[in-house]
Structure formats: C-alpha cells, structure tokens
Write a protein that binds this ligand. Structure first.
Ligand SMILES: [Zn+2]
Length: 299
C-alpha cells in the first residue's frame, strides 16, 4: 500500500491463541468476550502481523513473529498455525530474506522475536542475513535477568545468535532507524518496549506492537494481564491515541486477527476503529485463518 513515498505491506506470519483472561487483564469476561469470543479452553484467536516498510532505498521489517522452532506439543498449547516460515515469509511481497536492511523488534518475547533466527545446517542463525536488528538495550539486558514470572516469554535462541553474528544494534531510547522511521520507547508491556512511528510526505503512522495488540484493546484501561506495568500502558495509550486520532494516523495492530490496520477516532471516552478495506492486504482473511493453502504459495 502506498503511504507517502513509502510502500507498506502486512505479512501475516501465523495465527495462534492465548487465554482471554490473560489478554484482557482486569476487564471482566462478560465485556471482552462480546468482541473477542473464546474457545472451549477460554482462548481467543490472535495473529502475528509483521509490517514491511519499503522507503524506496531501505527495506525495514517490523517484528518477526513466532518463527518455526516449536514442538508439536507447544503448537497445540498455543493453537499455533504458522502461515509462513522465516525463509518464506517475504514470498508474498516478492522479496527474499537477504533483501531486508533492518529488522525492528518491539521487545524480545517469543511471539515477536521467534522468527528472528532460523535453524540452518544444525545451527541457529539470523533469518535475515544482511539485516541489522534494532533492539532496545534495556530490553536486551532484561531478557537475561527476567524473574520467574517474566522469564517464560524469553527464549535466548531467538536473539543471542543475532549478537554472535554481529547483526545487533542496541539502542537506548528513541532512535531514527532510517529517515522517516523511528523507534519510540513506551514501556508498559515491558520496561523498554518500543513502538515504530513513521512519516512520509505528511502521512503519519504507528505500529503499536503490544501496547495495543488488537482493535478490542483500544480503550486505554483494556490492558493485557501480561503487561509488566499496566498503569503505564494505560497512560501511553491515551496519549498516543489522542494524537493518532487528531492527526489521522495509520495505526497497525500486531495481534489483530481481522484487518489489522486503519484509522482510530477518539471522542471523549469513545474509541472507534475504521479498518482499511481488505483489498489493502496482500492476503485474504480466509487464507489467513491458516486452514487453506499456505500464504507463501499465494500470488
Ligand atoms: Zn505479543
């Protein structure tokens, strides 16, 4: 999709399921289940939506999804249906892993960093051989010292090989990755969680990552139970959504299983989302349910 002088694409890497209670924190099920119905194990359907930003001179991939290093048992637990592998995820946009210049990872949880690395000839190596991976230094440091509650979300094999290969850029705070594309630290979900803000020819957009994972999470108090600092998430959402609404930004939701991008409208305590048409996507939602043929063989 054209966005100023940039070309944007959503890559749906997988669909998966997580406990609805954990996804909506203190919000009662009677409220969230109307918008996000749960299965017989109380799980809600999510997706990993990666954003590809092609500025004309650089190609930036935002997030890497779950990747393909999962056992059958784990796949079952997460209801995980991979739609592509790290090696094939760019097929639908006519690119190869070697074409990517930068990979931005919002935080190092496995559903964001899992596809950053791939098993090749018995060794785990970066999935994108020519890319620099942009990670917050605070998030990196925390991943190695996380306590018992936080630790389960970090798998060192997702990110340690990036450093070993010399492909890691550790940044501290807000940082302009290429002209018009910034990472901005929000905290909230994790202490050093970052979103991606981008601008081209007067158009503005934001990839909210896990600050607003789905359209159902738009109201600021609807914060995930997973968040390390839920009160910060709530404030950050109010702040960013007010600007996004006033300036008509494109907003992108990382885990929305429906159409994951569009515009938000904030009026008082009311938060509305107007998705872009399905034709703005390089895939159809019926393919993305993971039941049909793999996305990599489409178009
Ligand atoms: Zn996530």
């Amino acid at each position: 999709m054209q966005f100023g002088s940039f070309d944007l694409s959503i890559i749906r890497e997988c669909v998966f399921k997580l406990d609805g209670g954990a996804m909506f924190g203190v919000v009662p099920k009677t409220l969230w289940s109307k918008q996000s119905p749960s299965d017989d194990q109380n799980r809600v359907v999510l997706a990993c939506n990666l954003l590809l930003i092609d500025t004309g001179s650089k190609k930036i991939l935002v997030e890497t999804g779950m990747g393909d290093r999962w056992s059958e048992k784990e796949k079952e637990r997460f209801g995980l249906k991979s739609l592509v592998t790290p090696g094939t995820m760019l097929d639908q946009v006519g690119l190869k892993p070697a074409d990517i210049d930068f990979v931005i990872i919002s935080h190092l949880h496995f559903d964001h960093a899992g596809g950053a690395t791939i098993m090749r000839d018995g060794k785990i190596v970066p999935s994108f051989p020519n890319a620099k991976y942009v990670v917050q230094k605070g998030e990196w440091d925390f991943a190695f010292v996380a306590n018992a509650r936080a630790r389960a979300s970090y798998r060192p094999d997702d990110f340690v090989p990036l450093q070993e290969a010399g492909q890691l850029i550790l940044v501290e705070g807000d940082y302009e990755v290429v002209p018009g594309v910034w990472v901005k630290v929000t905290g909230g979900h994790t202490s050093h969680h970052q979103v991606v803000y981008f601008e081209s020819n007067g158009e503005k957009g934001v990839y909210f990552a896990d600050i607003i994972p789905t359209k159902t999470h738009l109201p600021p108090p609807w914060v995930m139970g997973y968040d390390h600092h839920p009160l910060i998430s709530c404030d950050i959402k109010s702040e960013w959504l007010a600007r996004a609404s006033a300036e008509k930004w494109l907003v992108v939701f990382d885990h929305e299983a429906g159409i994951p991008w569009g515009k938000v409208l904030v009026e008082g305590n009311k938060y509305d989302f107007a998705p872009l048409p399905e034709s703005s996507l390089d895939f159809t939602l019926s393919q993305a349910k993971g039941q049909g043929k793999a996305l990599s063989s489409v178009g």
